[in-house]
Design a binder for this molecule. Structure first.
Ligand code: 26Q
Length: 801
């Protein structure tokens, strides 16, 4: 949009007066942020209206991305960037004596997700808007987001994330678009005179789902899509119905908080309620919109795509069936064909403990009509499959097995597309995890390697690097990120390479200042910044990282090799699920190691360990531009894709990795010269599994360096970790090291030891960094989303691949 600085200043001042009746200097940064937000929201609202109108008139096909998590990050700067007025506004504010950064800092970061899956959903919304895809997010407006993490004596402590305390400037409450969601009660099926089944209910508990909409702006294209988050409220239309306190609480609890576990199935009723709540509200609102278009219901799949992000929204399938059967009066076969054509599903994990399974009794009680429909889907599935494949094979693909409902099986059976999130992950789905389904429905399976929006993860968070890139290859890459490959031509350009080094240094200085301010620890910007930022989980092997740190420390203490070592700052950011005690023990260990090393004067600042509190989107934006090394060290086959690997690469970090998840694609792009690979590969791991021949104790017995390092966990070398040290030690030896940390240890240490030499050759290092940036454009979620649009949703997009 076009707007002059002067005009903006006037509007900003006017808004200040109207909201607070105060002068600029009397307002807090938060109040100023709220003011600025309301002005920016108004700027976007014309486009929001236009986009809606245009889609309605053209009856364009709509995508609905159902996700129980979204992690949008702060929206002020990204909205300004997308509107094309970031500089105007920043300069205008500066002239008014207002510091933009302090306003931005005052905003809350909506933590409505745990990690990768939620952030991916938000990257996808960003890319759909930018690619002019009529895309809608559908989720839950949690009153409390993911807990705020604090460290007390090195232990993780969880505090509530009260992100709505000061209201959210971007959302719009739409009470007139509320939907009723039915829980519990009895279902009555009655045949009328014409033999049509009529469904009625009694004794249900109805909940009002009120939508809050947030505009999702496309990049400089005037498109504004919608993220719709549902809030659970007490129905207002019930005739003076009395709601005892107990009932009111139970209703509000549905959208009260996000479940803080990202890796293990939790069979609690409230979680199931959350799932049906946002699914039912979302699907009902889709059908309501569709009816207004006046297109016959038989054509639904031509106008609507419903995407199921992991199994959490799987009840979209029976919910859509319910509406088509009970409300639209379609036959089963007609309804089923439409449902399958409309729905598609993404799998994000093969970890057995994360697969959703619900007790049959829980569904039959909570959502009886949905349960009936699932039973019928299952019955027909078994009937048609048994003829083709026999009873044993069919039974393995059943939705209901031994009183348990397998959500992934339902999602696969009811969708026309099933995708994994990186090449290796999709291959594992086809060949192992979902092999039976792959044999039955090979055409449904496809890969869509994840992506990240380069707008948030480069343009916004690393302005220095963005400007440098544009100085050399122009600005086309901002709209066509693949053009970053043009940087390859400058591989021998020493001036560019030096500038690249300076940009990185400036980012490291900025992050060092943050660390000094927040933690009171001094770190040297000339050290190698070695970064591992992701949820804490055993399979991600933060433990391998810290064992290497302990080894380095012991080496420095025991020998005198300090002179040769390039100083290193190890940076961690990670939250552990509150119930995941092993992960919390690892947090405690890292903090204890940090304490020991950071305060040991004999180490002479050769090593520093920084574990930032409360890692999330906002912190990621500060850390990633400052990273030299990207740690992607999961046990091979366990990390479905990873996305921090892509963000770090895009910002010029060199990846230290196993050949897992999307690291495979990164390696395909940059080659051995620009990446540090180590560790077992999938075949080797399968061999260990098949032959049962892994014995961690043998490695311990034959590797004195590793032994010394593990003993440090239990012999008092590291203070204050008595119980934790012992638990971790036992997990590695007594319980045979489930994640093969000891097996990969040597190869990891060896890869680590190559870094100093590479880094000391500044030109070489800068070239590696440049090659990573140059090859990262392919991982823009714009491309990922265009593949979804073409190959899964069959919806138009407005960008050339
Ligand atoms: C399920 C049931 C009950 C409570 C919580 C959950 C739950 C919530 C979140 C289960 C899983 C998640 C999140 C999983 C996740 O983030 N997976 C990551 O998805 C990324 C995007 O595809 C991948 O890059 C990562 O590899 C994968 O770990």
């Amino acid at each position: 949009m076009e707007i002059s600085k002067e005009h903006f200043k006037k509007e900003y001042s006017r808004a200040l007066t109207s909201l607070y009746a105060s002068e600029i200097q009397d307002l807090t940064p938060l109040e100023q942020y709220i003011t600025l937000g309301s002005v920016v929201k108004e700027y976007a609202s014309q486009n929001w209206m236009q986009t809606k109108k245009k889609n309605q008139q053209s009856q364009a096909k709509q995508v609905y991305y159902f996700s129980i998590e979204f992690l949008p990050g702060k929206l002020l700067k990204s909205n300004l960037l997308n509107l094309g007025i970031l500089d105007t506004v920043r300069e205008g504010l500066a002239e008014l004596g207002v510091d933009f950064a302090s306003l931005e800092a005052a905003a809350a970061d909506p933590g409505l997700g745990n990690g990768g899956l939620g952030r991916l959903a938000s990257c996808f919304l960003d890319s759909m808007a930018t690619c002019d895809i009529p895309g809608n997010g559908n989720g839950i407006r949690y009153r409390y987001g993911l807990f705020k993490q604090k460290f007390v004596n090195g232990f993780q402590v969880e505090l509530p994330d009260d992100w709505l305390r000061h209201a959210d400037v971007w959302e719009t409450r739409r009470e007139n678009k509320a939907e009723l969601v039915r829980f519990f009660g009895d279902v009555h099926l009655e045949e009328d005179e014409e033999g049509v089944i009529k469904v009625s209910y009694s004794n249900t508990e109805d909940i009002l789902a009120v939508p809050y909409d947030t505009g999702i702006l496309g990049y400089e294209n005037d498109t504004v899509n919608n993220l719709r988050l549902w809030s659970a409220e007490i129905p207002t239309n019930a005739e003076l119905e009395y709601y005892p306190e107990e009932r009111r609480k139970s209703i509000h609890s549905i959208s009260e908080m996000l479940y803080p576990d990202d890796s293990s199935y939790d069979g609690r009723l409230l979680r199931l309620k959350q799932e049906y709540f946002f699914v039912s509200a979302g699907v009902q609102s889709i059908i309501r919109y569709y009816r207004r278009l006046g297109v016959p219901i038989e054509h639904l799949a031509e106008k609507v795509s419903i995407h199921i992000n992991d199994t959490h929204p799987t009840m979209c399938i029976p919910e859509l069936m319910r509406i088509l059967l009970d409300e639209e009066g379609l036959s089963w076969d007609a309804a089923w064909t439409i449902t399958m054509k409309t729905c598609s599903y993404t799998n994000h994990t093969i970890l057995a403990e994360a697969l959703e399974k619900w007790p049959e009794r829980m569904l039959s009680n909570l959502v009886p009509r949905i349960y009936q429909i699932i039973c019928e889907i299952n019955r027909r599935h078994l009937e048609s499959m048994t003829v083709l494949y026999g009873a044993d094979f069919t039974q393995r693909t059943a939705i209901i097995q031994d009183g348990v409902i397998h959500m992934a099986n339902l999602a696969i059976i009811g969708s026309h597309s099933v995708n994994g999130v990186a090449k290796l992950h999709t291959d594992i789905l086809k060949e192992k995890a979902l092999h039976d389904f792959y044999l039955a429905y090979p055409a449904r399976f496809n890969n869509k390697t994840n992506g990240i929006t380069h707008r948030r993860w480069l343009l916004l968070s690393n302005e220095g690097l963005s400007d440098l890139i544009s100085d050399y290859i122009g600005t086309e890459w901002k709209k066509k990120p693949n053009e970053l490959y043009l940087l390859k031509a400058f591989k021998e350009d020493t001036i560019l390479l030096e500038k690249l080094e300076q940009v990185k240094l400036a980012n490291k200085e900025r992050f060092a200042a943050y660390v000094k301010e927040e933690m009171g620890i001094e770190i040297d910007p000339n050290a190698v910044f070695d970064v591992q930022i992701k949820r804490l989980h055993a399979y991600k092997r933060q433990l391998l990282n810290v064992l290497h740190i302990i080894s380095l420390y012991l080496k420095l203490k025991e020998t005198n090799v300090e002179e040769e070592m390039v100083p290193r700052v190890f940076i961690f950011g990670a939250k552990a699920a509150p119930s995941y005690s092993y992960a919390k023990e690892i947090i405690k260990l890292i903090n204890a190691v940090a304490d020991l090393i950071n305060n040991d004067a004999t180490i002479d600042d050769k090593i520093k360990v920084i574990f930032v509190e409360n890692y999330g989107v906002t912190l990621a934006e500060k850390i990633i531009p400052a990273a030299d090394i990207s740690e992607q060290i999961s046990l091979v086959t366990k990390e479905a894709s990873g996305t921090s690997n892509m963000k770090l690469m895009l910002n010029g970090a060199v990846t230290l990795a196993t050949l897992d998840g999307a690291n495979v694609e990164i390696h395909d792009k940059v080659g051995d010269e620009n990446m540090l690979l180590f560790g077992m590969q999938d075949k080797e791991l399968y061999h260990f599994y098949d032959s049962n021949s892994y014995h961690s104790q043998e490695i311990y017995d034959h590797n004195p360096r590793l032994k010394r390092c593990l003993d440090a966990l239990v012999d008092g070398t590291i203070p204050n970790i008595e119980a934790e040290g012992r638990e971790i030690f036992d997990s590695l030896l007594k319980y045979n090291d489930e994640y093969f940390v000891l097996k990969d240890y040597d190869s990891y240490v060896q890869a680590q030891s190559r870094i100093d030499g590479l880094y000391r050759d500044r030109k070489k290092w800068n070239q590696m960094s440049l090659m990573n940036i140059a090859n990262a454009g392919e991982f823009s979620s714009d491309y990922t989303i265009m593949h979804y649009a073409d190959e899964i949703w069959n919806v138009n997009h407005n960008k050339n691949l």
